[in-house]
Design a protein around this ligand. Structure first.
Ligand SMILES: NC(=O)C1=CN([C@@H]2O[C@H](COP(=O)(O)OP(=O)(O)OC[C@H]3O[C@@H](n4cnc5c(N)ncnc54)[C@H](O)[C@@H]3O)[C@@H](O)[C@H]2O)C=CC1
Ligand SMILES: O=C(O)[C@@H]1CCC=N1
Length: 269
């Protein structure tokens, strides 16, 4: 792409996204323009990816076509005020924070600014984010295609409605945390039975990865794929019995619901 993309904030999500952008060669490193007040954060992205580091948010905002606000939600208003006079009128603002809506951005940058709400996830570090994007009404088909190309460079992307944007952390962007707990717990059980820890993590992680790939590539219902594993009178159904008795499904549904409700409450603040 012959355009420029800027990152305000060079923390976890910025690093994960920049990794995909540079690996895919979608942007030349000098066209990825970044600032973070934390020297260690900006030095890390400069060292890892050779990106173009500036000395203020304003300088980033003034020169880019796409501007990713890779900062915590509570900083959005303050930083939008800071860059308001510098943002290019035709720039596309990429919001990645939970709870920050179109009106929050347009209320400060003006109603004519193009904004896309998104949620990437940390598997972007390995090119496997399950990103969601929601463009505003001003964005053209070409704008949307460009934003999809950006997000596809570090994973898979779904376009969703603004109403679902508030729910998405529950099943997507926060989900890596629950999956990590599942992997850790499975590996702990392996260690309990004598497996070396590193081998237990590899096996548990591959079980999750392989199962996810099977769902995605076979297109089969997850219940059917579960049944394929359960030999009558065998080992797997014993584990399934215990998971059901311990309320595994309810625990997962309740956790996703709690996450989604928290996210929705942040949008209403
Ligand atoms: N971590 C995750 O899994 C996901 C995070 N998000 C969203 O991404 C955003 C960033 O989150 P993380 O990267 O995880 O946080 P982080 O804490 O790793 O990075 C935030 C960065 O912002 C920098 N920063 C602080 N004040 C600043 C300022 N005045 N100007 C410029 N930069 C400043 C910090 O030094 C830090 O490097 C949040 O809004 C979060 O909701 C979205 C999806 C997933
Ligand atoms: O926990 C959080 O608020 C962020 C948003 C999605 C993942 N982590």
């Amino acid at each position: 792409m012959k355009k420029t993309i800027g990152f305000i904030g060079c923390g976890n999500m910025a690093k994960a996204m920049i990794g995909g952008l540079t690996k895919s060669k979608l942007f030349d490193p000098e066209n990825i323009v970044c600032y973070d007040p934390a020297a260690a954060a900006r030095e890390q992205v400069a060292k890892d990816f050779g990106v173009n580091i500036q000395d203020s948010n304003v300088k980033v905002a003034a020169q880019v076509d796409y501007l990713v606000l890779a900062i915590k939600p509570f900083l959005y208003a303050q930083i939008l005020e800071e860059i308001a006079k510098s943002v290019k009128p035709a720039a596309i603002i990429i919001v990645i924070a939970v709870g920050v809506g179109f009106d929050d951005v347009k209320g400060i940058l003006g109603k004519n600014i193009k904004v896309v709400r998104t949620q990437p996830s940390t598997p972007a570090f390995v090119g496997e984010s399950d990103s969601t994007v929601c463009p505003d009404d001003l964005m053209t088909k070409e704008d949307i295609a460009d934003v999809l190309a950006i997000f596809d460079s570090f994973g898979k992307t779904e376009i969703i409605s603004e109403k679902l944007m508030g729910v998405v952390p529950g099943i997507a962007s926060s989900a890596p945390a629950y999956v990590m707990i599942f992997i850790e717990a499975m590996a702990d059980a392996g260690v309990l039975h004598g497996f070396p820890r590193d081998q237990a993590y590899r096996l548990a992680a591959q079980a999750v990865y392989g199962s996810a790939k099977l769902v995605l590539e076979s297109g089969e219902h997850p219940g059917k794929l579960k049944d394929q594993v359960c030999t009558p009178g065998g080992t797997t159904i014993e584990a399934v019995r215990v998971l059901e008795a311990k309320g595994f499904r309810d625990a997962v549904i309740s956790a996703v619901d709690a996450c989604a409700l928290k996210s929705l409450s942040m949008s209403k603040k």
